[in-house]
Design a protein around this ligand. Structure first.
Ligand SMILES: [Zn+2]
Length: 535
């Protein structure tokens, strides 16, 4: 073996290790291996380095006065080559869209972690835990241990793939031909990822139910449960719901990934002026801010983003949530548990006795919760809540439907934020939109440079959809004196409310969406899709 030959070998070894660790970060295939052959190769390489230094030191090739420099060079060059290769590999992957620059510290950190978390089989790391945090090994019958392992592996793969795809839900639906389809919801869109034949799908469904502490023999009545998993990036919680449907049992798994972190208020997509309005409202000692929108419009994300700006040391923050999606170490969080008689209303009642400054109500669903939340706001607390409604004004109407007196609304409510989520164009592959002459003219007549309009492309990073991640479009309604006066008028008319709201709200959801299109962040199609039901 020549010197160069051995160097190339070692480089290959190191770069394949690196590749493995990068794959671990991006979620697929293998992990770091330090097998004996690689260790022998490394030792051989070090031996060659020492040998070369010996030759330099005692040979006639280099003049005496250059020998220290030549030796130092011989020692430094190897780590330098490794460093260059490492950087080259990372840059290549960033350019290919497989990872982002932000992932690099995690890659370096993972290089250390992988060795301890590696499984003997070389599978990706995942450890299933029940809701109490105990490790789950499948059912206890030892005769079927192998079959159980096979089933658990299949289930673990489904979870790992879902996490890698940034899915928020996993749905397993029985089909009439005996198969179960597995679908992931990514950025609000469902995609079918695989179909599992009945002989495997039924045991998978059973182990999910066992893991989530559900009754396996009950196949028709709806049940719910929870479990957790430890993966390379940390712990992930899962909420499971099952119910009997035509053809078998349907399982829905909601993924509550703590490692994705909480978005900052400035990152949820508020324009500068709206950001100021919201940030001001949060700073007030009392008042109530309601975030409204349909299911899956990112209300909870906005609520957490608002909480993230809170000074937890000077304010006592208590939340009631269903479920707790992110752990806030400095806040007191209460999870709704109907079986244990912890509802939004009962929890809220107990919170008010604990001298809170800020109260967060996961969702206002009933009149008792609505009345208590508004009263809390009136008695000097800041209340943040979400409400299921389609627009700011329908949120007011909805609260009145819940028997809240308009007078109470006027005095307690400070702001309503209505929002929708649009998919964000993938930064890697978005390209200038191909517009027709007519469209270009129209944009120009509005004073908009048509070259800023983007359209989706295709790349590996976004799964060839052209979109990656989501962005909120918002309509912020400040309950000012005019609206207060309107609310307190004896016969409040919904039509009048809407008129005032439209006049006051500087831009509607659609305008806010268009601003995002003109910023090259999303597309007209997306705005149309999410605002089409607004009339
Ligand atoms: Zn892309």
């Amino acid at each position: 073996m020549t010197f160069t030959g051995s160097v190339i070998n070692v480089i290959n070894v190191i770069s394949s290790d690196l590749q493995a660790s990068l794959q671990q970060v991006s979620g697929s295939a293998s992990v770091l291996h330090f097998d004996p052959i690689r260790i022998v190769l490394l030792i051989a390489w070090i031996y060659y380095c020492m040998y070369c230094i010996q030759r330099i030191e005692y040979g006639p090739l280099v003049a005496d006065r250059f020998k220290p420099a030549a030796n130092a060079f011989g020692l430094i060059i190897a780590p330098f080559i490794l460093f260059v290769l490492f950087v080259r590999d990372i840059v290549k992957r960033v350019q290919a869209g497989e990872i982002e620059y932000a992932d690099i510290p995690r890659i370096i950190f993972n290089l250390k972690l992988l060795k301890t978390q590696r499984k003997a089989s070389g599978r990706r790391f995942i450890q299933l835990l029940d809701s109490a945090g105990k490790e789950f090994f499948g059912t206890e019958d030892s005769k079927t241990a192998d079959a159980d392992r096979h089933i658990l592996n299949a289930f673990e793969d489904i979870i790992l793939d879902a996490l890698q795809e940034r899915a928020t839900d996993i749905l397993m639906d029985p089909k009439t031909d005996g198969f179960h389809s597995v679908r992931y919801r990514v950025d609000g869109f469902l995609k079918t990822v695989q179909e599992i034949e009945a002989e495997n799908s039924v045991p998978i469904v059973n182990s999910i139910k066992a893991l989530s502490k559900m009754d396996i023999s009950e196949k028709r009545r709806p049940q719910d449960g929870a479990f957790m998993a430890r993966v390379t990036d940390g712990k992930v919680s899962f909420r499971v719901a099952s119910s009997g449907v035509l053809g078998g049992e349907k399982i829905s798994i909601r993924i509550l990934d703590q490692s994705t972190g909480i978005l900052k208020l400035k990152d949820i997509g508020l324009s500068k002026s709206k950001y100021q309005l919201v940030a001001n409202a949060i700073k007030q000692p009392s008042g109530m801010i309601i975030v409204c929108g349909p299911t899956g419009s990112g209300k909870t994300t906005s609520l957490y983003a608002m909480l993230s700006t809170m000074d937890f040391y000077s304010r006592n923050v208590i939340t009631v949530e269903d479920p707790i999606e992110h752990v806030l170490p400095e806040a007191s969080q209460i999870e709704v548990n109907v079986k244990a008689d912890i509802t939004f209303a009962t929890a809220l009642r107990s919170i008010l006795r604990q001298d809170p400054d800020v109260i967060t109500v996961g969702e206002i669903r009933d009149n008792e919760t609505a009345a208590m939340a508004l009263q809390a706001s009136q008695t000097g607390h800041l209340v943040l809540a979400t409400l299921h409604s389609s627009s700011n004004l329908s949120a007011l109407v909805r609260l009145m439907d819940l028997d809240v007196k308009p007078l109470l609304l006027a005095s307690a409510l400070s702001m309503v934020i209505s929002q929708r989520l649009v998919r964000k164009l993938c930064d890697k592959c978005k390209e200038p939109a191909k517009l027709s002459e007519g469209q270009i003219e129209r944009f120009k007549s509005k004073g908009i440079d048509p070259s800023v309009i983007m359209q989706p492309g295709k790349c590996k990073r976004c799964g060839h959809t052209g979109y990656r991640g989501r962005l909120a479009i918002t309509d912020v309604l400040v309950i000012n004196d005019k609206i207060k006066a309107l609310l307190t008028e004896s016969n409040v008319s919904i039509g009048e409310l809407k008129k005032q709201g439209d006049k006051k709200g500087k831009s509607t959801l659609r305008d806010d969406g268009l601003a995002k299109v003109y910023a090259g962040l999303t597309t007209l199609d997306e705005i149309r899709r999410v605002t089409s039901n607004l009339g």
